[in-house]
Write a protein that binds this ligand. Sequence first.
Ligand SMILES: Cc1cc2nc3c(=O)[nH]c(=O)nc-3n(C[C@H](O)[C@H](O)[C@H](O)COP(=O)(O)OP(=O)(O)OC[C@H]3O[C@@H](n4cnc5c(N)ncnc54)[C@H](O)[C@@H]3O)c2cc1C
Length: 419
Amino acid sequence: MSGTAGLDALVLGGGPAALCIASELGAQGLDVALLSLSDPRAPWPNTYGIWAEEVDQLGLQHLLEHRWSNTVSYFGSGAAGDAGRVAHGRDYGLFDKQALQQHWLDGIARHGSRILEAQAQSLSHDQEGSTLLTRDGAAHRARVVVDATGHQPVFLQRPSDGPVAGQAAYGVVGRFSQAPVESDQFVLMDYRCDHLSEAQRQQPPTFLYAMDLGAGRFFVEETSLALAPAVPFPELERRLHQRLRQRGISIEAVEHQEYCLFPMNPALPDRAQQLLGFGGSASMVHPASGYMVGSLLRRAPSLAAALAEAINAGQQGLPLAQSGWATLWPAELRRRHGLYRFGLEKLMRFDEAQLRAFFAAFFALPNERWYGFLANTLPTPVLLQTMLQLFGGASGSVRWGLMQPVGRELNLMGKMLQW
Ligand SMILES: Cc1cc2nc3c(=O)[nH]c(=O)nc-3n(C[C@H](O)[C@H](O)[C@H](O)COP(=O)(O)OP(=O)(O)OC[C@H]3O[C@@H](n4cnc5c(N)ncnc54)[C@H](O)[C@@H]3O)c2cc1C
């Protein structure tokens, strides 16, 4: 057997989660290697957006390639002047993907961590640590392994508690016969639906996520917030073209097409395993919005610090992994995650008119509240209060929809009460 012997931490994966946690573990002075199937320096296919305040608070605003102050949504039907335009009054940003990736790669290099390209194949544990075998026969020994191999993790176990909803989107970066959004504008959710037939309006609702990228380029993406099973790509593509056609817009040049699909509400990982997760593998996607990068940036330093402290205190094996889990998913965050999943269960059953009315009420909440809800920065009591406030301010049909028990969310509530 060949390979690395005696690492403090071995991080599996080469996406944002793996790079982020490997960089932070190295910053703690730990001996770290990152092992990825794909080259972690290769360009990422996805575009990553974020509310700008999240990066401002971390001092990372230089990692944004675009930043918009004109941020709006539309929650009217779109028929005869009913646009339901809502101005969000907050900046939104799009990461410079290369800069974000390089930020973490620089951290990995600065702390002398290694990058290995291989396919993780099997993992075994003993009282002192874990041994990973790769497909090409190398063995790597580490005190702790972090599985950051994405939404379908290679080793990490998550209990199944029902169908998992997928956020699905089809998008185009390109040039158009006329501007699909205003100049310098970012559109978070355009739920106008006057381009749809009556029959289509009975189908699961979708919205437009769109932005002006400057120099005549725009990104437009037809998105389904969450559905199990997910809305198929051909349907999203058809709807995007239909929406643009209704406004008399045609696509003149396609620079990039984005096919987006990831799980929104998987159960939390089993915290009894001698293996940690980070990112998609550890269910860190916000179950109400689908965002995750802000959460990676905020939560990696404390996880890395907790692991360094535990290792320096001589912890190993299962207790070491459990110190990590206790920091990554403390009771407070587990409760909030349960509340978000509870809310999403309700939303997935809303028809298009209810969904438009729901979001209009959501963004009518005080700015700090809806932002804190989306960024997952509200403490549980404030989050609960916000949800009640939303219920109080919503229309009758939305309240009726929120009150309809469908079974699974009661199950989720029951689990939350056990924590
Ligand atoms: C198209 C798209 C757009 C998104 N947009 C946003 C957004 O705007 N904002 C936001 O916050 N979130 C967004 N998300 C959600 C989330 O942030 C992303 O899914 C993110 O890429 C997940 O990161 P990850 O590192 O956990 O997993 P991934 O990016 O999926 O990375 C998994 C890594 O594991 C490696 N791997 C897999 N198997 C093995 C193996 N056996 N051995 C070793 N390595 C292995 C893979 O090669 C890969 O490098 C988006 C998701 C998608 C799909």
